[in-house]
Design a protein around this ligand. Structure first.
Ligand code: NAD
Ligand code: TYD
Length: 332
């Protein structure tokens, strides 16, 4: 397949591109990425000279750029998004623009060029919080944060283009990802890199909020299964099956790095903080996919990656991240 992957310089998109090029010798990948604060071409150093890979710097909200990138491909896989809940609370505008508006521009291109597939990469956060049974794909959307609401808008626009114009759409909704190359604003890489530097770990609220974690490599395999074997018009949850409280994650990080519990710093809760995410992933299992990586092993490997790749995260933490984090920390 000849794929247009958007947001491929980010955390998950870069893993996806690497896995596609490794797995399918005949596939080609064009990566369209705006290189926002979260986009980092260092994530793709190992594939940038592959003749099957091309990079275009551009915005998915710009129809001309998208048109040029989408003309000759078979399918679009859309990872491009503003992704951090706390930033969406500080300033929702860019989230609506990219996660809904940009999605629409990509869908228009898929419609114009009669692509074989349009896959929208979405999140469990669109369902909101659950105290009961894990979410299934037919559950109503009840997003809590501006991020989740924007992703839900992108999902609905995707379904509308399927129903109205016959675009062959697919949606995946994944649990919280973790692994190498995740921007250190998110819980796991923030706490690993802060702990390495003996800096406080700001734990929101009572630390008992639960997330269902999936290794990024498993998520990418799940997306690929849906892209190639999913039924057009359908939504597939990509669940990790690893529910943990934030406190459990924090303690595991501190233990692995042999750092004291005194680094844990309870701070004011996030507004609208969802208590628990949980996904039922049986529908995807029926396509023959289940995550392969054990949570503890994958977390250890992630901690080890950050421990041995300071040259990746130190420039980030002393650059754009710093101003964001200082503002964020004052809010808490
Ligand atoms: P990320 O923030 O690491 O990367 C996002 C990428 O999109 C960056 O490279 C950025 O430059 C690019 N981008 C942003 N706006 C753009 C625009 N207007 N035009 C072109 N490129 C743009 O995000 P991530 O964690 O890799 O998430 C990727 C996708 O997966 C997102 O759609 C997200 O909603 C979804 N998702 C993430 C998680 C998670 O735990 N991280 C879980 C489920 C789903
Ligand atoms: P995050 O990585 O931002 O992912 P999401 O909000 O999309 O699930 O946060 C994961 C959990 O960790 C969430 O319950 C909020 C919590 N959290 C903290 O307690 N402290 C922090 O500094 C951050 C960034 C998150």
């Amino acid at each position: 397949m000849n794929l247009l992957v958007t947001g491929g310089a980010g955390f998950i998109g870069s893993h996806f591109i690497r896995s596609i090029l490794a797995k399918y010798p005949d596939d080609q990948v064009t990566n369209l990425d705006k290189l926002t604060y979260a986009g980092n071409l260092a994530n793709l150093r190992d594939v940038e000279s592959d003749p099957r890979y091309a990079f275009i710097r551009g915005d998915i909200c710009d129809p001309e750029t998208v048109d040029r990138a989408a003309k000759d491909v078979d399918a679009i896989v859309n990872f491009a998004a503003e992704t951090h809940v706390d930033r969406s609370i500080q300033d929702p505008g860019a989230f609506i623009q990219t996660d809904i508006g940009g999605t629409r521009v990509l869908l228009e291109a898929a419609r114009r060029y009669s692509h074989r597939r349009y896959l929208q990469v979405s999140t469990d956060e669109v369902y909101g919080s659950t105290e009961g049974a894990p979410f299934v794909e037919t559950d109503p959307l009840k997003p809590s944060s501006p991020y989740a609401a924007s992703k839900a808008g992108g999902d609905l626009m995707t379904l509308a283009y399927g129903a109205t114009y016959g675009v062959p759409v697919l949606i995946t909704r994944a649990s919280n990802n973790f692994g190498p190359n995740q921007y250190p604003e998110k819980l796991i890489p923030l706490f690993i890199t802060n702990a390495i530097d003996d800096r406080p770990l700001p734990l929101y609220g009572d630390g008992r909020n639960v997330r269902d974690w999936i290794a990024v490599e498993d998520h990418c395999e799940g997306v690929d299964v849906v892209l190639r074997r999913g039924r057009v018009g359908e939504i597939y949850n990509v669940g990790g099956g690893n529910e943990r409280t934030n406190l459990e994650i924090t303690e595991a990080i501190l233990k692995a790095l042999r750092k004291p519990a005194s680094l844990i710093t309870p701070v004011a809760d996030r507004p609208g903080h969802d208590r628990r995410y949980a996904l039922n992933a049986e529908k995807l299992a029926r396509l023959g996919f289940r995550p392969r990586r054990g949570f503890e092993e994958a977390l250890s490997a992630t901690i080890e990656w950050y421990r041995t790749h300071e040259s990746w995260w130190r420039p980030i933490k002393s650059g754009e991240f710093r101003a964001y984090y200082e503002k964020q920390y004052k809010l808490r």
